[in-house]
Write a protein that binds this ligand. Structure first.
Ligand code: AFD
Ligand code: MN
Ligand code: MN
Length: 429
């Protein structure tokens, strides 16, 4: 950790230490009356971490425009530096998820060392066959892994295999595959054949996975294809993952479902089937990646964590989800959004840990709907801030990450160190 930031965090925390002590003690008493050991909850929250998507530290955009912020990262080393700041201040984000080719660099071992020196490791690596790269032989305009043209499919397979190779050098243990493949008009695509082609390509990628790797299949209901997508929903994802084999699992991005879909129920189904890969956390009111995690539907996020905590409590075999943020920050400083989102995810986890599992089981068995739902609400309505703050302060992180970040003037420094990149188009990063 950079000395200056550490000193700043210490001074920032010093002022909060007294009030935090009494807040924590008070909450501890309240929870003890409910039969909950606050220190046990704190320890589990302290052990929880989620990955930052490398593209999350750049300002996002829409198809209409992108409004770049000051001091944006120019390359993957800058992105690692920003991710390190998020982790230094929150202690909640010990890993980074790269996106190839956006994060290509000439020396992977230098990148790995740089990240490790900052306390960061590499989570799942993401392939990109949803946009064309300069000099590419075949276009993905009409698809990639499911394309009608065999040479285009082969190129997309080859790219995914390259991602596995890069991931190996970085210490990743999973490949995340999301394809933009689909159709924009009824009749444009033969649904069954397109899915078969996707499976055939994916089998070739799967065959290249190292023994201790997993392949995460990410479904998405729409965009960039707006009539149908090849891996549209968890059903298609589950079908594909089941066909491929035990190393293939289904990744749930919270923004990739139809409105009002019961995501926590899907999560529970995937857990039961041993097919839950993990998450891309964000929030959504209309579209994908559009809002920060928990910003409009914190109860839904809590309900997802309620399923996860229940699965861990019940020791479901093979339960080991990967946690990551995936959201587009269009109007905020991405570092601030990532920090508050990471804390929001942590909060949902802490709240879910407060659910009285025995009482919930009993209420469910007795068909006492009201008692069951009140047990969840009681946990969700508990202010767990003192727990989250203690976890941070104990680990030398900031009691209030955003306040400390603003006081550090990191962004102002970066605005000087990193000359602005000219960008006129929309899109992500
Ligand atoms: C997409 C998907 C997928 C992809 C990312 C790229 O959620 O995770 O890797 O955004 O920005 O919408
Ligand atoms: Mn995603
Ligand atoms: Mn998404």
């Amino acid at each position: 950790m950079k000395q200056s930031l550490r000193t700043l965090i210490e001074a920032h925390n010093e002022k909060a230490r007294g009030p935090l002590q009494s807040d924590y003690a008070h909450l501890g008493e309240q929870l003890a009356r409910r039969g909950v050991d606050i220190d046990a909850v704190r320890q589990r929250v302290a052990a929880f971490g989620l990955a930052i998507p490398s593209w999350g530290v750049g300002t996002g955009g829409t198809r209409f425009a992108r409004f770049p912020g000051a001091g944006e990262p120019r390359h993957v080393f800058d992105k690692i530096q920003d991710c390190a700041v998020v982790h230094q201040l929150t202690g909640a984000t010990p890993s980074v998820s790269l996106h190839i080719p956006w994060d290509k660099c000439s020396d992977w071992s230098e990148l790995r060392q740089t990240a490790h020196a900052q306390g960061l490791s590499f989570d799942a690596i993401n392939s990109n066959t949803f946009s064309d790269q300069p000099g590419q032989a075949h276009s993905y305009k009409f698809g990639s892994l499911s394309h009608t043209d065999a040479a285009t499919r082969a190129q997309a397979v080859e790219h995914n295999v390259e991602c596995i190779e890069i991931g190996r050098l970085l210490g990743s243990k999973a490949l995340t595959v999301w394809v933009g493949d689909g159709s924009n008009f009824p009749g444009q695509s033969h649904f069954r054949r397109a899915f078969e082609r996707y499976l055939d390509s994916s089998r070739q990628i799967y065959a290249e996975l190292p023994g201790d790797w997993r392949m995460f299949l990410e479904h998405k209901i729409a965009e960039p294809a707006f009539y149908s997508t090849v891996i549209q929903d968890w059903g298609s994802s589950f079908l594909a993952a089941s066909t491929l084999g035990p190393k293939a699992q289904c990744l749930v991005d919270l923004g990739h479902h139809a409105p009002n879909v019961n995501i926590e129920m899907i999560v529970s189904r995937l857990i039961g089937a041993g097919k839950l890969a993990g998450f891309h956390f964000n929030d959504s009111k209309y579209g994908d990646d559009d809002l920060d995690a928990g910003s409009v539907s914190p109860y839904r996020l809590f309900l997802v964590f309620n399923e996860l905590v229940a699965a861990a409590h019940e020791q479901v075999n093979g339960f080991d989800p990967a946690y990551m943020l995936d959201q587009s920050h269009n109007v905020t400083d991405p570092i601030e959004s990532l920090m508050s989102s990471a804390v929001q995810v942590q909060r949902s986890y802490a709240q879910a840990l407060l659910v009285d599992r025995g009482a919930l089981d009993a209420a469910q068995e007795a068909n006492d709907a009201l008692a069951a739902t009140q047990l969840l609400q009681r946990a969700f309505q508990t202010d767990v801030d003192p727990i989250l703050q203690r976890v941070r302060v104990d680990a030398g992180r900031a009691v209030d990450p955003v306040v400390a970040y603003r006081a550090s003037a990191y962004r102002q420094r970066m605005a000087q160190d990193r000359p602005a990149i000219l960008s006129s188009g929309g899109g992500i990063v």
